[in-house]
Write a protein that binds this ligand. Structure first.
Ligand SMILES: N[C@@H](CCC(=O)N[C@@H](CS)C(=O)NCC(=O)O)C(=O)O
Length: 221
Protein backbone atom coordinates (compact mmCIF):
# COMPACT_ATOMS: atom_id res chain seq x y z
CA UNK A 1 0.00 0.00 0.00
CA UNK A 2 1.37 3.40 -1.02
CA UNK A 3 1.54 6.17 1.58
CA UNK A 4 -0.38 8.53 -0.71
CA UNK A 5 -4.07 8.01 -1.39
CA UNK A 6 -5.45 9.96 -4.35
CA UNK A 7 -9.24 10.29 -4.30
CA UNK A 8 -10.43 11.26 -7.74
CA UNK A 9 -13.01 11.07 -10.51
CA UNK A 10 -11.86 10.32 -14.05
CA UNK A 11 -13.94 13.07 -15.64
CA UNK A 12 -12.83 15.87 -13.28
CA UNK A 13 -10.38 18.48 -14.62
CA UNK A 14 -9.36 19.52 -11.10
CA UNK A 15 -8.53 15.93 -10.19
CA UNK A 16 -6.53 15.64 -13.41
CA UNK A 17 -4.35 18.52 -12.23
CA UNK A 18 -3.33 16.46 -9.22
CA UNK A 19 -3.03 13.26 -11.23
CA UNK A 20 -0.57 15.12 -13.49
CA UNK A 21 1.44 16.38 -10.51
CA UNK A 22 1.69 12.89 -9.00
CA UNK A 23 2.89 11.52 -12.33
CA UNK A 24 5.33 14.35 -13.02
CA UNK A 25 6.88 13.64 -9.62
CA UNK A 26 6.98 9.90 -10.31
CA UNK A 27 5.16 9.18 -7.05
CA UNK A 28 3.57 5.91 -6.04
CA UNK A 29 -0.04 6.30 -4.91
CA UNK A 30 -3.25 4.38 -4.36
CA UNK A 31 -6.12 5.59 -6.48
CA UNK A 32 -9.77 5.66 -5.35
CA UNK A 33 -12.34 6.53 -8.02
CA UNK A 34 -15.53 8.23 -6.78
CA UNK A 35 -18.87 8.14 -8.57
CA UNK A 36 -19.85 11.79 -8.13
CA UNK A 37 -23.46 11.01 -9.04
CA UNK A 38 -23.66 8.50 -6.22
CA UNK A 39 -21.09 9.54 -3.64
CA UNK A 40 -20.21 6.82 -1.13
CA UNK A 41 -20.46 7.53 2.60
CA UNK A 42 -16.69 7.08 3.09
CA UNK A 43 -16.10 9.89 0.57
CA UNK A 44 -18.54 12.27 2.27
CA UNK A 45 -16.70 11.55 5.51
CA UNK A 46 -13.25 12.28 4.10
CA UNK A 47 -13.90 15.21 1.70
CA UNK A 48 -14.78 18.42 3.58
CA UNK A 49 -16.19 20.10 0.45
CA UNK A 50 -17.66 16.85 -0.90
CA UNK A 51 -15.50 17.31 -4.00
CA UNK A 52 -12.61 15.57 -5.70
CA UNK A 53 -9.65 15.67 -5.69
CA UNK A 54 -8.57 14.80 -2.16
CA UNK A 55 -5.11 13.62 -1.17
CA UNK A 56 -4.44 11.62 1.99
CA UNK A 57 -0.82 11.60 3.06
CA UNK A 58 1.09 11.41 6.30
CA UNK A 59 -2.06 11.58 8.41
CA UNK A 60 -3.29 14.70 6.60
CA UNK A 61 -6.29 15.21 4.33
CA UNK A 62 -5.47 17.85 1.71
CA UNK A 63 -8.07 19.19 -0.70
CA UNK A 64 -8.52 21.85 -3.39
CA UNK A 65 -6.43 20.94 -6.44
CA UNK A 66 -4.16 24.00 -6.48
CA UNK A 67 -3.42 23.55 -2.76
CA UNK A 68 -2.86 19.81 -3.17
CA UNK A 69 -0.40 20.47 -5.98
CA UNK A 70 1.55 22.97 -3.87
CA UNK A 71 1.56 20.41 -1.05
CA UNK A 72 2.96 17.77 -3.40
CA UNK A 73 5.59 20.25 -4.55
CA UNK A 74 6.64 21.05 -0.99
CA UNK A 75 6.71 17.46 0.22
CA UNK A 76 8.34 16.02 -2.90
CA UNK A 77 10.56 18.81 -4.25
CA UNK A 78 12.17 16.80 -7.09
CA UNK A 79 11.73 17.22 -9.96
CA UNK A 80 10.80 20.83 -9.24
CA UNK A 81 7.46 22.03 -10.57
CA UNK A 82 7.93 25.57 -9.29
CA UNK A 83 10.74 28.00 -10.09
CA UNK A 84 13.32 28.66 -7.40
CA UNK A 85 13.38 32.47 -7.22
CA UNK A 86 10.66 34.37 -5.36
CA UNK A 87 9.67 36.64 -8.25
CA UNK A 88 9.14 33.72 -10.61
CA UNK A 89 7.26 31.84 -7.89
CA UNK A 90 4.98 34.83 -7.44
CA UNK A 91 4.45 34.95 -11.21
CA UNK A 92 3.55 31.25 -11.19
CA UNK A 93 1.03 31.79 -8.40
CA UNK A 94 -0.49 34.77 -10.18
CA UNK A 95 -1.11 32.65 -13.29
CA UNK A 96 -2.56 29.80 -11.24
CA UNK A 97 -4.81 32.34 -9.54
CA UNK A 98 -5.84 33.72 -12.93
CA UNK A 99 -6.79 30.22 -13.97
CA UNK A 100 -8.77 29.57 -10.78
CA UNK A 101 -10.51 32.91 -10.45
CA UNK A 102 -11.04 33.96 -14.08
CA UNK A 103 -10.26 31.45 -16.78
CA UNK A 104 -12.24 28.52 -15.36
CA UNK A 105 -15.30 30.74 -14.88
CA UNK A 106 -15.04 31.91 -18.48
CA UNK A 107 -14.56 28.32 -19.68
CA UNK A 108 -17.72 27.04 -17.98
CA UNK A 109 -19.48 30.33 -18.73
CA UNK A 110 -18.99 29.72 -22.44
CA UNK A 111 -20.41 26.20 -22.11
CA UNK A 112 -23.38 27.07 -19.95
CA UNK A 113 -24.51 30.34 -21.60
CA UNK A 114 -27.97 30.05 -23.05
CA UNK A 115 -29.38 32.16 -25.87
CA UNK A 116 -27.60 33.63 -28.88
CA UNK A 117 -26.52 36.91 -27.26
CA UNK A 118 -25.30 35.36 -24.01
CA UNK A 119 -23.39 32.68 -25.92
CA UNK A 120 -21.72 35.26 -28.15
CA UNK A 121 -20.73 37.36 -25.12
CA UNK A 122 -19.39 34.37 -23.21
CA UNK A 123 -17.50 33.11 -26.26
CA UNK A 124 -15.90 36.54 -26.76
CA UNK A 125 -14.89 36.67 -23.08
CA UNK A 126 -13.17 33.28 -23.26
CA UNK A 127 -11.45 34.24 -26.52
CA UNK A 128 -10.24 37.54 -25.04
CA UNK A 129 -8.79 35.68 -22.06
CA UNK A 130 -6.85 33.33 -24.31
CA UNK A 131 -5.47 36.35 -26.18
CA UNK A 132 -4.46 37.91 -22.85
CA UNK A 133 -2.76 34.66 -21.81
CA UNK A 134 -0.90 34.60 -25.13
CA UNK A 135 0.22 38.23 -24.90
CA UNK A 136 0.92 38.61 -21.18
CA UNK A 137 1.88 35.04 -20.26
CA UNK A 138 3.34 33.01 -23.07
CA UNK A 139 4.68 35.37 -25.74
CA UNK A 140 7.19 37.21 -23.53
CA UNK A 141 8.99 33.88 -23.05
CA UNK A 142 9.94 33.55 -26.70
CA UNK A 143 9.93 30.02 -28.05
CA UNK A 144 10.19 28.06 -24.79
CA UNK A 145 7.46 25.41 -24.75
CA UNK A 146 5.96 25.84 -21.28
CA UNK A 147 4.21 28.59 -19.40
CA UNK A 148 7.24 29.64 -17.39
CA UNK A 149 9.89 28.68 -19.91
CA UNK A 150 11.76 25.48 -20.65
CA UNK A 151 10.49 23.47 -17.67
CA UNK A 152 6.96 22.26 -17.04
CA UNK A 153 5.46 23.77 -13.89
CA UNK A 154 2.36 23.80 -11.72
CA UNK A 155 1.07 26.58 -13.98
CA UNK A 156 0.98 24.21 -16.96
CA UNK A 157 -0.71 21.55 -14.85
CA UNK A 158 -3.33 24.04 -13.63
CA UNK A 159 -4.40 25.03 -17.16
CA UNK A 160 -3.91 21.82 -19.12
CA UNK A 161 -7.12 19.95 -18.14
CA UNK A 162 -9.25 22.82 -19.43
CA UNK A 163 -7.41 22.95 -22.75
CA UNK A 164 -7.74 19.18 -23.06
CA UNK A 165 -11.51 19.80 -22.77
CA UNK A 166 -11.58 22.82 -25.10
CA UNK A 167 -12.63 20.66 -28.10
CA UNK A 168 -15.99 20.24 -26.34
CA UNK A 169 -16.35 24.04 -26.14
CA UNK A 170 -15.42 24.21 -29.81
CA UNK A 171 -18.02 21.56 -30.59
CA UNK A 172 -20.86 23.07 -28.58
CA UNK A 173 -20.01 26.78 -28.76
CA UNK A 174 -17.57 27.27 -31.62
CA UNK A 175 -14.76 28.65 -29.39
CA UNK A 176 -11.29 27.47 -30.36
CA UNK A 177 -7.71 28.67 -29.85
CA UNK A 178 -7.65 32.09 -31.54
CA UNK A 179 -5.62 32.15 -34.76
CA UNK A 180 -3.50 34.95 -33.31
CA UNK A 181 -2.30 32.74 -30.42
CA UNK A 182 0.52 30.63 -31.92
CA UNK A 183 2.31 30.31 -28.55
CA UNK A 184 -0.80 28.91 -26.94
CA UNK A 185 -1.20 26.47 -29.83
CA UNK A 186 2.46 25.39 -29.49
CA UNK A 187 2.03 24.96 -25.72
CA UNK A 188 -0.88 22.59 -26.34
CA UNK A 189 1.29 20.51 -28.66
CA UNK A 190 4.15 20.44 -26.12
CA UNK A 191 1.85 19.46 -23.26
CA UNK A 192 0.15 16.78 -25.36
CA UNK A 193 3.50 15.03 -25.78
CA UNK A 194 4.21 14.72 -22.06
CA UNK A 195 3.98 11.23 -20.62
CA UNK A 196 1.82 12.47 -17.71
CA UNK A 197 -0.70 13.95 -20.15
CA UNK A 198 -0.69 10.91 -22.42
CA UNK A 199 -1.45 8.68 -19.42
CA UNK A 200 -4.30 10.81 -18.05
CA UNK A 201 -5.90 12.23 -21.18
CA UNK A 202 -9.12 11.49 -23.03
CA UNK A 203 -9.94 12.37 -26.60
CA UNK A 204 -12.35 15.01 -27.86
CA UNK A 205 -15.19 12.50 -28.29
CA UNK A 206 -15.03 11.63 -24.58
CA UNK A 207 -15.45 15.28 -23.55
CA UNK A 208 -18.09 16.03 -26.15
CA UNK A 209 -20.05 13.15 -24.68
CA UNK A 210 -19.27 14.17 -21.05
CA UNK A 211 -20.48 17.71 -21.71
CA UNK A 212 -23.57 16.71 -23.70
CA UNK A 213 -25.69 18.46 -21.08
CA UNK A 214 -24.46 21.74 -22.57
CA UNK A 215 -25.75 20.77 -26.01
CA UNK A 216 -27.31 23.78 -27.74
CA UNK A 217 -26.53 25.47 -31.03
CA UNK A 218 -23.45 27.72 -30.92
CA UNK A 219 -24.18 31.43 -31.08
CA UNK A 220 -22.48 31.67 -34.46
CA UNK A 221 -25.00 29.32 -36.12
N1 LIG B 1 -11.94 24.15 -6.48
C1 LIG B 1 -11.97 22.70 -6.46
C2 LIG B 1 -12.98 22.21 -7.47
C3 LIG B 1 -13.17 20.70 -7.43
C4 LIG B 1 -14.48 20.30 -8.12
O1 LIG B 1 -15.31 21.14 -8.48
N2 LIG B 1 -14.66 18.98 -8.27
C5 LIG B 1 -15.91 18.50 -8.81
C6 LIG B 1 -15.71 17.51 -9.95
S1 LIG B 1 -14.88 18.24 -11.32
C7 LIG B 1 -16.66 17.74 -7.72
O2 LIG B 1 -16.10 17.01 -6.96
N3 LIG B 1 -17.96 17.95 -7.68
C8 LIG B 1 -18.82 17.25 -6.79
C9 LIG B 1 -19.90 18.13 -6.26
O3 LIG B 1 -19.79 19.36 -6.39
O4 LIG B 1 -20.86 17.58 -5.72
C10 LIG B 1 -10.56 22.16 -6.76
O5 LIG B 1 -9.79 22.89 -7.40
O6 LIG B 1 -10.24 21.05 -6.34
Amino acid sequence: MADIEFITAEVCPFAQRTHLALMEKGLDYDHAEVDLKNKPAWFEAVSPYSKVPVLKHDGAVVYESAIINEYIEERFPEPALMPSDPVSRATARIWIDYCNTRFIGAFYGALSAQGVDAQAEAAAKLTDMMIYMEDAGLSPLGSDPYWLGSDVSLVDLAYWPFFERLPAVTHYRGVDIPARCPRLAAWIVAMGMRESVRRTCHDAAYYIDSYARYDAPPAAQ
